[in-house]
Design a protein around this ligand. Structure first.
Ligand code: CNA
Length: 408
C-alpha cells in the first residue's frame, strides 16, 4: 500500500510509533505483538450500509428526511421535552429502526474480529441500533454512550419495562405506558436534554491506556463523545475511516486517514493484516439466511437463478470495494485543509477540532456529570431546511447563546 492510503496533514513531522502513516505500517504495528488494547469509537456511518440512515449526510440522512413526521424541527424527534408532549413521531421512527430488522455490516464484524483476537479494549459507540451486539461483541466490551434499544423504562417513575411488551407495542404502532404510574415508556436512548449513561463516565479515561485507536463512521460533532479521540496519547496511532475528515484527526504524528466507506476501509486493514478471509467468514455468519443457505448447500440442492445472481452481485461488490481506492480522491481535499491552517501540535490533538468538540470545553452539569450537549435551538414554527440543521453549527450557536449552559 502506498502513501495514498493515508493522508497525513503535516508531512514534516515524522511518525513516532508507526514506520509511516499508511495502512500497511498500521498492519505491521498490529501484527508486531505490541498491540493488545485497541479502543474503537463508532457512529452512525458504520450502519448506513445496513440500511439505517445516519443523521447528517445530505439528502440520505435522517434529519433530511423527517418532514413526513411533521416535526417543528428535525431534532425534536429525540428531544425529551418534545417527547413528553408528543411521543408519536419518536415511536413512528422506532417502528422503522427497531433492532431485528437490520443485518450487522462487515464493519461490525471487524470489531467482533478484534475482540476474537483478544485485541479489543473497549468499543465506544454512539449508535442505538444494537448491531455491535448482534455481530457478537460482548456487552462488557461495549459502552453505548447514547444508550440503545437494549433496555427501556418509564420516564417518570424509571421502572424498567419488559422487552417483549415494548416490542409488541412498537410492532402494533402503539405508545407504551407504565403499568404502575401510566407515565410514558421510552427505550433508554439518550435524548437531547438527558444525561449520558454512567458507563460512559466510568470508562471515559480508558482511551488513555489504548495502544491503537480506530474511529469509524462518525462526524464527531456530539459532545462529550467527540472528546474521546483527544484522550489518546500523542504517540499512539489513531486510524480514522470515514467519508470525511472529522474532529481534527490527521493532526497527530501517527494518525492515518482512510477517507472512504467504512466497509471498504476495514476490508483494506483486514487484508493488510492477512485477516480478510476470516473477516468475510465471520460476517457471512450474520446473514439471516446464512444457516438456511449452508443447509441448502450441504443438501446438494442446486441454487435458483436469483440466488446465483445474488451471489455473483455480492462477489462483484466485494471485488469493486477492494479495487476502488477512494482515498486518492480525498487526499487532495485533506491537503487543501492543511494549507487552510490546520495545526498539528500535541495541543492541536485536543484543540484543532471545532469548538463544540474541544475537550477543554466540556460542560459539566451541577452534579459533575456531562450532558448530551447537542441541544436543538428554540422551537420554530416550520421545519428548517436540512442544511441549516448541522449539529456543529447548531451546538455552537446554542453554547454561545446560552453562555455554555447546556440545559435550555
Ligand atoms: P452523524 O453526525 O450522522 O455522522 C455520520 C458520519 O459518518 C458522517 O461524517 C458521514 O460522512 C459518515 N458516513 C456515513 N456513511 C458512511 C459510510 N458508509 N462510511 C464511512 N463514513 C460514513 O452521526 P454520528 O454518529 O457522528 O452522530 C451521533 C448521533 C447519531 C448519535 O446520537 C446517534 O445516536 C445517532 N444515530 C445513530 C444511528 C444508529 O444507531 N445507527 C443512526 C442515526 C443516528
Amino acid at each position: 500500500m502506498g502513501n495514498e492510503e493515508s493522508s497525513p496533514v503535516d508531512e514534516s513531522r515524522p511518525p513516532q510509533t508507526l514506520s509511516e502513516r499508511t495502512v500497511k505500517a498500521l498492519a505491521d504495528y498490529i501484527l508486531s505483538g505490541k498491540v493488545s488494547k485497541i479502543v474503537v469509537m463508532t457512529g452512525a456511518g458504520i450502519s448506513t450500509s445496513a440500511g439505517i440512515p445516519d443523521f447528517r449526510s445530505p439528502e440520505t440522512g435522517l434529519y433530511a428526511n423527517l418532514a413526513r413526521l411533521n416535526l417543528p424541527y428535525a431534532e425534536a424527534v429525540f428531544d425529551i421535552a418534545y417527547f413528553r408532549e408528543n411521543p408519536e413521531p419518536f415511536y413512528a421512527l422506532a417502528h422503522e429502526l427497531y433492532p431485528g430488522k437490520f443485518r450487522p455490516t462487515v464493519t461490525h464484524s471487524f470489531i467482533r474480529l478484534l475482540y476474537d483476537k483478544g485485541l479489543l479494549l473497549k468499543l465506544f459507540t454512539q449508535n442505538i441500533d444494537c448491531l455491535e451486539r448482534e455481530a457478537g461483541v460482548p456487552d462488557d466490551k461495549i459502552v453505548e454512550a447514547h444508550g440503545s434499544f437494549a433496555r427501556q423504562s418509564c420516564i417518570d417513575c424509571t421502572r424498567p419495562y419488559p422487552r417483549e411488551d415494548i416490542e409488541r407495542h412498537i410492532n402494533a404502532k402503539e405508545i407504551p405506558r407504565c403499568p404502575v404510574c401510566k407515565g410514558l415508556v421510552k427505550p433508554e436512548i439518550v435524548f437531547f436534554g438527558e444525561q449520558l449513561p454512567a458507563a460512559f463516565f466510568e470508562n471515559r479515561t480508558l482511551p488513555m491506556q489504548a495502544d491503537l485507536c480506530i474511529v469509524l463512521g462518525t462526524s464527531l460533532s456530539v459532545q462529550p463523545f467527540a472528546s474521546l479521540p483527544g484522550m489518546i496519547r500523542e504517540s499512539t496511532p489513531r486510524l480514522l475511516i470515514n467519508k470525511e475528515r472529522v474532529g481534527g484527526l490527521g493532526s497527530g504524528t501517527d494518525d492515518v486517514l482512510l477517507l472512504e466507506d467504512c466497509d471498504s476501509g476495514v476490508r483494506k486493514l483486514a487484508k493488510a493484516c492477512g485477516w480478510l478471509e476470516e473477516l468475510e467468514a465471520l460476517w457471512s455468519k450474520t446473514a439471516p439466511k446464512a444457516a438456511a443457505e449452508v443447509a441448502k448447500a450441504s443438501s446438494g440442492l442446486p441454487k435458483t437463478k436469483d440466488e446465483a445472481l445474488n451471489d455473483e452481485i455480492d462477489k462483484l461488490t466485494r471485488e469493486v470495494d477492494d479495487a476502488l481506492n477512494l482515498s486518492k480522491r480525498h487526499e487532495e481535499k485533506v491537503r487543501g485543509e492543511k494549507t487552510s491552517g490546520t495545526s498539528s501540535s500535541r495541543s492541536a490533538r485536543k484543540t484543532s477540532s471545532p469548538t463544540s468538540t474541544d475537550p477543554g470545553n466540556l460542560h459539566e452539569s451541577a452534579d459533575g456529570n456531562l450532558n448530551h450537549i447537542f441541544m436543538p435551538r428554540t422551537v420554530t414554527a416550520t421545519l428548517a431546511p436540512a442544511d441549516s440543521l448541522h449539529p456543529v453549527d447548531e451546538a455552537k450557536k446554542d453554547i454561545t447563546a446560552s453562555g455554555g449552559d447546556d440545559k435550555q
